[in-house]
Design a protein around this ligand. Structure first.
Ligand SMILES: [Zn+2]
Length: 69
């Protein structure tokens, strides 16, 4: 009675929790880049002047697109 009995429920939940690390890291970067991109125009005179994406905003967008895959 000393041996621990493996529970099927725990095995199933740990298997379901497995997430590709690289994919989730890239996705996290993409989400961060997208958030910065959305907030960027509020603090950018260039974006306000040209009512569009300035060079910095375009780079943020490119980062988001690349990390999103
Ligand atoms: Zn800008």
């Amino acid at each position: 009675m000393s041996a621990p009995v493996p529970r099927r429920a725990e095995t199933a939940s740990s298997a379901g929790a497995m997430v590709p690390t690289l994919a989730s890291a890239a996705r996290g970067r993409a989400q961060t880049a997208y958030r910065v991109f959305l907030n960027h125009p509020q603090n950018c005179a260039d974006c306000a002047a040209q009512r569009g994406r300035c060079e910095a905003a375009q780079q943020l967008w490119d980062t988001y697109r690349q990390d999103r895959g």
